[in-house]
Design a protein around this ligand. Structure first.
Ligand SMILES: O=P(O)(O)O[C@H]1O[C@H](CO)[C@@H](O)[C@H]1O
Ligand SMILES: Nc1nc2[nH]cnc2c(=O)[nH]1
Length: 319
């Protein structure tokens, strides 16, 4: 049951009135101490310290098991989300719901096989809280992946868009994962966001794409997150296009903001799983099955791409 906090206010004429504020740890921020409990639960059970964390987008976390990025991990230690203290539960198809520790190309990593979305009913801070858990475990580099609709007309289904920037539309509407009291142990009250996506990691990833011979399907672009769960109307997409958005999704932005708040270095890419329909004469309907199918279709390339990016970060930057 929520604990009721009574606050004394005056009405301006010196007359006292009482306001009741509902405070419930599940609805409001989870404390630093609670997240330390979560992190301790994990570090007590894993004998290596990953410096790199990966979040798998829809269809990219290997819900079909074989051949995926998560499947490529060696010495795996898996934690179903329901076993981890204070962790939310995955409810979306294509998001397995496990935190997996292991080695990718010999590099220790932690991987979220399934993320949390606002439309599942979680507040943004809760969608992003695993990022803080990663930070407490020792992760300094976040690789966040997502499935997104391609709005840029030059993009094709199956392309990869390296995210160079985002538009935090939900933030425009006053919804932000950092809302509420700031805990300075994570980061500062007013974090800058103009260098959210690390330029050097992007350049390195472009070189990886070149070396793999896939430069023709790799772009740099601007991502936006909408609340979902419905896909967009034609008018909404036209508006987003005018704003300079290249790909549209329902995730990632709040994770990136939370990661930058606690000084993580961020690399993000979108897999373009569908082309956004921006005219009324096209009868194609975006759907989640297609989104997952494209993830599966691209699993081989994505696995090799991420493995090389991870190896590169580990060799060049991780201390
Ligand atoms: O962003 P991820 O988790 O990759 O998933 C994307 O795909 C789903 C829609 O098919 C939405 O959840 C959208 O956000
Ligand atoms: N909002 C949104 N999210 C997506 N995820 C995958 N495709 C899409 C899309 O077209 N729109």
């Amino acid at each position: 049951m929520p604990e009721i906090i009574k606050t004394n206010l005056t009405n301006g004429n010196g007359v006292q009135k009482q306001r009741s504020t509902s405070f419930n740890e599940e609805e409001n921020k989870i404390s630093y101490e609670s997240l330390q409990e979560t992190s301790k639960y994990l570090t007590d059970r894993v004998k290596f310290t990953p410096k790199i964390g990966i979040i798998c987008g829809s269809g990219m976390g290997g819900y079909w098991k074989a051949g995926s990025l998560a499947d490529a991990l060696e010495d795996k230690i898996e934690f179903p989300y329901e076993d981890i203290p204070h962790f939310p539960r995955s409810t979306v198809e294509g998001h397995v719901g496990k935190l997996v520790f292991g080695h990718l190309s010999g590099v220790p990593i932690v991987c979220m096989q399934g993320r949390f979305h606002y439309y599942e009913g979680y507040p943004l801070w809760k969608c992003a809280m695993p990022v803080r858990v990663m930070k407490l475990i020792g992760v300094d580099y976040l690789i966040a992946t997502n499935a997104a609709g391609g709005l840029n007309p030059t993009y094709n289904i199956g392309d990869i868009m390296l995210v160079k920037d985002h538009i935090n539309l939900m933030g425009f509407a006053g919804n932000n994962p950092l809302q509420g009291p700031n805990d300075d142990r994570f980061g500062i009250r007013f974090p800058p966001m103009n260098q959210a996506y690390d330029r050097q990691l992007m350049k390195d990833a472009l070189q990886v794409a070149k070396d793999m011979g896939i430069s023709d399907i790799v772009h740099e672009g601007v991502y936006t997150c909408l609340g979902g769960p419905n896909f967009e109307t034609v008018a909404e997409l036209k508006m987003l296009k005018m704003l300079g958005v290249d790909a549209v999704g329902m995730s990632t932005v709040h994770e990136v903001i939370t990661a930058r708040h606690c000084q993580m270095t961020v690399f993000t890419f979108s897999l373009i799983t569908n082309c956004c329909v921006t005219d009324y004469d096209t009868y194609e309907l975006p759907n989640h099955e297609e989104v997952m199918d494209v993830g599966k279709m691209r699993q081989g390339i994505l696995k090799d791409f991420v493995k090389t990016v991870v190896l590169n970060i580990s060799k060049k930057y991780v201390k």
